[in-house]
Design a protein around this ligand. Structure first.
Ligand SMILES: Cc1cc2nc3c(=O)[nH]c(=O)nc-3n(C[C@H](O)[C@H](O)[C@H](O)COP(=O)(O)O)c2cc1C
Length: 368
């Protein structure tokens, strides 16, 4: 039987426990995507707080794939020094760090992307103001290459793993979803074709980093949208990736258009509302041979422990609770098992845009 606080490993990456900090954009980079010391210190604090694996905020692999301000970039060799300092600081604190690689596709605007956004099809997505241009085959191949180059840099600069962002309505998810992919070529139509971009990206990244390096994906198991990606289609894609050798799948769901069922749900104030992607994660787990992580609304020790010990999932991931309490893993491990103090208000997003970095606004109000 698995337990939360036991050492484990993913394709050679040693982890001190089964708790993962799920990717969380921090808004702490320069406008060109260069990481700052503030971001390095933020991750260091997470590592000293005891979490097993830190997954960085989403990091664009090519400039037009950038979404929010202050987002990390790995599209250039120029940031080597900053990233090396970041990874060494995590390793000194006994932690492990994976970088999340993303292309935002149509979920951005020309202000951030520097051009008209690009997407599988020219379909405007809710919450984003501009009509994207349909990707040409050459552009698709260039983006696949950019994922490969980003992964190669990540490995050279000391990251312990890479995670592909295949969730929350970004480009990989846009290809998977029938709502945003109306292509009639090899990248559109049935789920075999809609999975092709995810698989091309995975293969290119694997080619860049070799077999002995962990490659993970965060995958939407459902878009929680009428006509969007279904769990059956997501399971097909997960199975293909597992068969090809992906090292772990982190299961999420929803897009910014999914209302109450968006990825970061509000008001998780009782245990029954927690772990809201558990059943989707179990469906994926039953269909694949690689480890599976579940993210979304984990707040109580018992719910987290149950997901691994009883339900058989391999890892639990948390984002918002660790913004408020970066030392939550150490707290739970030392015996204080009271629930995370995060109130799931989503107030942490705004200071990332307005004040140059996320923090827990509820905690700040309390201490003011
Ligand atoms: C401020 C903020 C930034 C986020 N940025 C990312 C991101 O860069 N990549 C990603 O995959 N998910 C991102 N998420 C979603 C989280 O990783 C996670 O899936 C979601 O918050 C649910 O988990 P939680 O209940 O533990 O917060 C973000 C969430 C928040 C609150």
């Amino acid at each position: 039987m698995k337990t939360l606080f036991e050492e484990c490993a993913i394709n050679g990456m040693k982890l001190r426990n089964r708790m993962v900090r799920s990717a969380t954009w921090e808004g702490m980079c320069d406008p060109d995507g260069r990481p700052t010391d503030k971001l390095k210190d933020f991750y260091h604090q997470l590592a000293t707080g005891g979490v097993g694996l830190i997954i960085t905020g989403y990091t664009f692999v090519s400039p037009e794939g950038k979404q929010l301000p202050g987002k990390m970039g790995i599209h250039t060799d120029e940031f080597a020094e900053e990233y090396k300092k970041m990874t060494s600081s995590i390793h000194e604190a006994g932690g492990a760090i994976a970088i999340q690689l993303v292309h935002a596709g149509g979920q951005t605007d020309s202000g951030n992307a520097g051009r008209q956004p690009l997407a599988p099809s020219a379909i405007k997505v809710d919450q984003f103001p501009e009509m994207p241009a349909e990707l040409t085959l050459d552009e698709i191949h260039n983006i696949v290459d950019a994922f490969g180059k980003g992964a190669q840099r990540a490995k050279e600069w000391g990251f312990d793993a890479v995670q592909l962002h295949g969730a929350h309505g970004y480009l990989i998810n846009q290809f998977l979803s029938p709502l945003t992919n109306l292509r009639t070529d090899d990248y559109g139509g049935n789920i075999e074709n809609r999975s092709r971009f995810a698989i091309d990206v995975y293969k290119k990244v694997r080619e860049a980093v070799g077999d002995d390096y962990p490659v993970l994906i965060k995958l939407n198991a459902s878009d929680n949208l009428e006509g969007g990606l279904s769990v059956e289609d997501a399971t097909y894609c997960a199975q293909q990736l597992s068969y090809l050798g992906i090292d772990a799948i982190e299961v999420s769901a929803g897009t910014p258009a999914s209302g109450d069922e968006s990825p970061a749900r509000a008001k998780i104030n009782k245990p029954e509302k927690e772990a809201y992607h558990l059943s989707l994660a179990l469906q994926i787990k039953n269909a694949v041979s690689c480890p599976v992580m579940v993210v979304g609304g984990m707040r109580s020790y018992d719910v987290a422990e149950n997901a691994v010990a009883e339900e058989g999932l391999d890892y639990i991931s948390m984002a918002r609770p660790l913004i408020r309490e970066p030392d939550l893993p150490n707290r739970w491990q030392s015996g204080d098992r009271s629930p995370a103090t995060c109130i799931s208000c989503n107030g942490c997003f705004m200071p990332g845009i307005k004040e140059g970095g996320i923090y827990c606004v509820a905690e700040k109000k309390k201490s003011d």
